[in-house]
Design a protein around this ligand. Structure first.
Ligand code: FAD
Length: 550
């Protein structure tokens, strides 16, 4: 089991503090900084995080009796109550998480961190915690952006973060069946490395790929940048093991079974509320023999959406599809430094696409098939009014696909609110949802004449619709930063649901979306989920603060 780098406490990246020597001027070209200042009415100001040593962590509430019991089960070194271990497992990486950590607040840190090494140890741990009245919060990569690790318990019992990093290796590989079985703490880079030796790939590439875990993806029903082609994470799970306080469930029967409702679906997206995923069997595929990433431009958002809908209808969606609206396109073009980017901006202006919408398409697979799909799609795109910008734009996106979270830290350092939200809608509802979210965010975040910048893209296409991903930047209200975002998020969520969007397309429910869960699945739906939970987790110790409404 190789050691995986730890995520920094107050931001993104493998070191702490993240990229300490980088600042906004070295991270963002001058033209992009000027654009942001103009759009937002914001002047960069230094708002650095407090030193990590000053972050407040309350004393552990785990009793001596509980600590000894867990140590007997897992070994002394796998039950940790030191400040550093607890601080590193406090919450996730949403804007609110980062704000709190940057301000020196880690009051949500677990009382201890425990590291089971097997399904049997995990099951025994859950049984012991049920008896002891200790809450368990599974901890994968700690990249939740919806408060999935908040550990809030209505009964205020002590809590342990169950760190799954000891279970992070490939357990078996069945090449003829294209199946790999892994531990839940494994991350994408390590899995890809192991599969590459056999000419295989898994291909799930969310932006958090460097740090998130396979167990976390399953627990949140994640989607990756290539999900239009390879499928969402839940499509790629052939089976899993779920350790619960009431016993162990082995779910999923590849290649297929008609034995009643699929119980595997209960574990996918369960966010640690039913138990802990201790093993996953995943579908893999041969490494693509060829790929082609390219850029196209539409004159308008509406034209872009219509063209993507045509591609979807004719089963011609590429493996990666990202259509940016005019605001996101402008910002992306300004962020790309160098002569090539300047020439591209000039050429778009000359062709009447100065306020156009960029779409990145990524194709992967066998060369002949790839050529045929691209050719057929190109003809539909041209019919829809698109102009081809070539491979350079697509390759540039591909090369920078994991960079945005690093930039977020620098923007926060300079006094900005930076957050994202996401939804999905049918092709017919998508334009309304887009308008509604933008309006709600703009109304909520405009203050003193300063407006936010709301940038969106459509990605993850389906025959029936697509996901909508929104990035919002605004001048931060330094007096009430948390309240500022909570108000905006509430307005945006109400608006997108009213317009026909889903509560979440891939970030999951966590603590943040709980208040709307009943609206998504209905009161009876919530009761069904509660009934399952009370059978598997009778004392309600499994991540009580998420998914199900209070
Ligand atoms: C910068 C950034 C970019 C992101 N980009 C994407 C993206 O492109 N696509 C996407 O889908 N998401 C994205 N996310 C969100 C996040 O990465 C996903 O939700 C991911 O699936 C979480 O995985 P994790 O291992 O970090 O889980 P954690 O954050 O550790 O946990 C998430 C939830 O799952 C539970 N959990 C974790 N492991 C297990 C387990 N083994 N058994 C049971 N429950 C478990 C936790 O208790 C928690 O409720 C992004 C987040 C960040 C910060």
């Amino acid at each position: 089991m190789a050691t995986q780098p730890e995520l920094t406490i107050q931001g993104w990246g493998p070191t702490s503090p993240a990229h300490a020597d980088a600042d906004l001027s070295s991270s963002l070209p001058k033209a992009a900084r000027r654009h942001l200042a103009r759009e937002l009415g914001w002047s960069p100001r230094a708002t650095p995080p407090v030193p990590v040593a000053d972050i407040r962590v309350a004393p552990s509430r785990l009793s001596e009796q509980a600590r000894v019991r867990l140590q007997v089960l897992l070994g002394e070194q796998n039950v940790r109550t030191d400040r550093e271990s607890r601080l590193r497992r406090a919450g996730g990486k949403s804007y609110l998480d980062l704000l709190r950590r940057r301000e020196g607040d880690a009051s949500d840190a677990p009382d201890a961190v425990v590291l089971p090494g097997s399904t049997e140890e995990t099951a025994a741990l859950l049984a012991a915690c049920t008896e002891l009245g200790v809450v368990v919060v599974p901890f994968g990569g700690g990249t939740s952006v919806v408060g999935g690790l908040a550990g809030v318990d209505p009964d205020d019992r002590p809590s342990v973060a169950v760190d799954l990093s000891r279970m992070s290796s490939v357990r078996s590989l069945d090449v003829p069946s294209s199946l790999v079985t892994v531990g839940p703490g494994m991350r994408g880079p390590a899995l890809e490395q192991a599969l590459a030796r056999e000419g295989l790939t898994f291909g799930h590439l969310p932006q958090s790929w460097e740090f998130a875990t396979l167990g976390g993806y399953a627990a949140t029903r994640s989607a990756g940048q290539n999900s239009t082609g390879v499928g969402r994470f839940d499509d790629l799970v052939a089976g899993l093991t779920l350790a619960t306080p009431s016993g162990v469930l082995e779910l999923g029967h590849p290649p297929a079974s008609a034995a009643g409702p699929d119980l595997l679906g209960l574990a996918l997206g369960s966010e640690g509320t039913l138990g802990i995923i201790t093993e996953l069997t995943l579908r893999v595929r041969p490494k693509p023999a060829a790929d082609a990433y390219e850029g196209w431009s539409f004159r308008s958002w509406a034209a872009g959406l219509a063209a993507l809908q045509q591609l979807a209808r004719h089963d011609l969606l590429p493996d990666v599809v990202r259509l940016s609206d005019a605001d996101e396109t402008r910002a992306n073009l300004l962020m790309a430094a160098g002569g090539g980017a300047r020439a591209l901006r000039g050429s778009l202006r000359a062709r009447g696409h100065a306020d156009g919408c960029l779409v990145v398409l990524g194709w992967e697979g066998l060369p002949g098939l790839l050529r045929a799909r691209r050719k057929a799609a190109a003809s539909l795109l041209r019919d829809g009014g698109a102009i081809r910008l070539g491979r350079r734009v697509g390759e540039s996106w591909k090369n920078h696909r994991f960079q945005a979270p690093y930039l977020r830290d620098r923007l926060m350092d300079a006094g900005l609110l930076v957050e994202t939200l996401e939804t999905a809608a049918t092709w017919s509802a998508l334009p309304t949802v887009y308008d509604a979210v933008r309006r709600a965010l703009r109304q909520s975040l405009t203050r003193g004449g300063r407006r936010p910048l709301v940038m969106s893209h459509v990605s993850h296409g389906y025959p029936t619709g697509a996901s909508l991903y929104v990035t919002v930047l605004a001048d931060r209200d330094d007096a009430l930063p948390i309240q500022q975002w909570l108000t905006a998020k509430r307005a945006a969520t109400d608006a997108l649901l009213a317009a026909g969007g889903t509560l979440t397309h891939h970030h999951a429910v966590g603590a943040d979306h709980r208040p709307w869960m009943e609206r998504e699945v209905g009161p009876l739906g919530v009761e069904v989920l509660r009934a399952v939970k009370s059978r598997l987790d009778p004392e309600g110790i499994c991540n009580p603060g998420v998914l199900l409404p209070e």
